[in-house]
Design a binder for this molecule. Structure first.
Ligand SMILES: [Zn+2]
Length: 107
């Protein structure tokens, strides 16, 4: 299994193995992922393996500074299961913030 290092804005969120994703009848191969903000041009997060030579893929996702949520995923259960603990806690916190704002609940 290939281990990937998760990083957001230069801060390490840990390492965890990933497997190819199967969705809609298609298997997506493992790739290094760089999160690229289409507004300011920052590369603000990455999921990169240090043990294999894989292709890099840029995911266009708005960074926090430009109004994005900062989430790395769309909360697919199979992706959440693969996250290192710090990355999972971060995704849950972002989802709760979104829900709080959507429901107009007090912080
Ligand atoms: Zn930005």
């Amino acid at each position: 299994m290939t281990e990937f290092h998760y990083s957001v804005q230069g801060e390490s969120l840990g390492k965890a193995p990933r497997q190819p994703v199967e969705r809609y009848g298609h298997t997506y191969p493992l790739q290094n992922i760089i999160y690229f903000c289409p507004i300011c041009g920052a590369s603000w997060a990455s999921i990169i393996t240090e043990t294999e030579s894989l292709q890099f893929r840029a995911w266009h996702k708005t960074c926090n500074s430009c109004g994005g949520t900062g989430s790395l995923f769309r909360l697919y259960p199979e992706e959440l299961q693969e996250l290192p603990r710090l990355a999972l806690e971060r995704e849950i916190f972002i989802a709760l913030q979104d829900a709080t704002a959507y429901l107009s609940l007090p912080n």
